[in-house]
Design a protein around this ligand. Structure first.
Ligand SMILES: [Zn+2]
Length: 250
């Protein structure tokens, strides 16, 4: 059956002389892979450039094979501002890389689609590092990697002012249980409260949070360790996003 849906171009590569293979994150189908046959032979069905980051309306034919046939694409937004700002572009590329890596094919999640859309637009007006940690905390929560930030991961009692985090167990530990977990990281109270606040507060309210530089460093430390434990972070270019100069957090 033929379908029409909005989708972000996560990844693209050429196929043979004239075709293009895309990995998309769509609103109703989640991540999909598709081929635009004859893309480079100037077919009028592909008026859009289909650059990475762009949001397009696609017409395609879902089937059992991994690669679907995309027959039509119209540009909705190309987020052109990213091309004029290298550090924003770098953050956008990282976010897309995370979505591409973490999400399985055909696992529809409209909240994640919305989050990508919201955060790409947010990059035009907010600091890229703020968008980065907001996106990652929300994304991990929505995609099933949800870090436990409200209750102790051992005894499940609700937490008061905990600052002990276990990367391998993916959450905070209360003082009484701390001897039961090996990999405890201590972060500031402000950072632990900020992490929990971001996880449960929606946009745009969550934008009011303005953590200090030290607090942001703690947040990024936890995110980096959490993501390198739960994702494949072996690629140096991939993990370099977390080497953040202090100036970028001010
Ligand atoms: Zn406990």
């Amino acid at each position: 059956m033929i379908e029409k849906d909005l989708g972000f171009v996560l990844k693209r590569h050429n196929f043979r002389e004239t075709s293009l293979i895309l990995t998309l994150y769509t609103a109703r189908f989640g991540k999909i892979s598709g081929i635009c046959k004859g893309f480079y032979s100037g077919k009028k069905e592909f008026s859009a450039h289909l650059d990475t980051f762009s949001l397009n309306e696609f017409v395609f034919y879902p089937k059992r094979n991994e690669i679907w046939l995309i027959s039509h694409a119209d540009l909705v937004s190309d987020f052109f501002f990213l091309r004029k700002d290298l550090s924003k572009m770098r953050v956008a590329a990282f976010l897309f890389n995370v979505v591409e890596k973490a999400m399985p094919l055909w696992d529809a999640n409209y909240q994640i689609f919305n989050l990508i859309n919201y955060c790409l637009n947010l990059l035009s007006k907010e600091k890229e590092m703020k968008v980065l940690y907001l996106f990652l905390i929300k994304f991990l929560t929505l995609s099933g990697f949800k870090p436990e930030l409200d209750r102790c991961i051992c005894c499940e009692n609700s937490l008061q002012q905990e600052s002990l985090f276990s990367i391998s167990r993916g959450g905070f530990v209360c003082r009484r249980c701390s001897h039961r977990v090996k990999d405890i990281q201590v972060i500031s109270q402000q950072a632990s409260r900020s992490l929990a606040y971001i996880q449960k507060t929606d946009f745009p309210l969550v934008l009011r949070l303005n953590p200090t530089v030290a607090c942001q460093e703690d947040i990024f430390y936890i995110l980096r360790e959490f993501m390198s434990y739960h994702f494949d972070f072996s690629n140096a270019a991939y993990s370099s996003i977390f080497k953040i100069p202090q100036a970028a957090l001010k």
